[in-house]
Design a protein around this ligand. Structure first.
Ligand code: ZN
Length: 161
C-alpha cells in the first residue's frame, strides 16, 4: 500500500461480502424508525469480525456512530487495542470522530459507500477536514469511496438517518 491516503486497492472477497451485508442492513434499518440506517463492519483477513449500527438515538449518545460501536465491539472481542490488519467498512463516509478513532485503533484500510460530497452536510461537523488529514507520516493508509453509493444515497441526501 502507498504512504498517502488514496483509492488504489482491490477489495478482497470478504470485504465485498461485508459491504453487501452493511448495505442491506442499512436499507433494512432505515425502514425501522427505532433504528438508524448507518452500518459499519470490520474485516480481518477472511473474517467479518464485527458489524454494528449507529446507536446515537438508541442511547442518546453522540459518540455511538456505527464505526465507533463496531471498533469498540471488535477490540473487546479480540481483547486488544490495535486493529492494524483490519479494514473498516461503512455505509457512509466516516465523520471526523470516527476517522480519528479508526486511526487511533491503527486501522489503515477503509471502504465506504456514500461520500461526503453526496450527502447532507449535517454528518460532518468539521467539513474542512479531509480523509488525507488523518494520514500519519510513514504509515500506509488507503481508502475506497463511493462503492454502491447509488444504493444508499437516498438515505443520506436529506439527513434523515
Ligand atoms: Zn462518525
Amino acid at each position: 500500500m502507498p504512504t498517502l491516503a488514496q483509492e488504489d486497492f482491490e477489495m478482497t472477497p470478504t470485504e465485498k461480502r461485508a459491504l453487501r451485508l452493511i448495505v442491506d442492513q442499512a436499507l433494512d434499518a432505515s425502514k425501522d424508525k427505532n433504528r438508524n440506517g448507518i452500518v459499519a463492519a470490520i474485516v480481518s483477513g477472511e473474517d467479518i469480525v464485527g458489524i454494528a449500527e449507529n446507536e446515537v438515538n438508541a442511547f442518546s449518545d453522540p459518540t455511538k456512530h456505527a464505526e465507533m460501536v463496531v471498533i469498540a465491539a471488535v477490540t473487546q472481542s479480540l481483547d486488544r487495542k490495535q486493529l492494524e490488519e483490519c479494514t473498516l467498512i461503512s455505509s457512509l463516509q466516516p465523520c471526523e470522530m470516527c476517522l480519528s478513532a479508526m486511526r487511533f485503533a491503527g486501522i489503515r484500510r477503509l471502504i465506504f459507500c456514500a461520500r461526503q460530497e453526496s450527502v447532507d452536510p449535517k454528518y460532518f461537523v468539521f467539513p474542512k477536514l479531509r480523509i488525507r488529514d488523518f494520514q500519519r507520516a510513514g504509515e500506509p493508509f488507503a481508502y475506497i469511496s463511493g462503492v454502491l453509493e447509488n444504493e444508499l444515497l437516498h438515505l443520506y441526501m436529506d439527513g434523515d438517518e
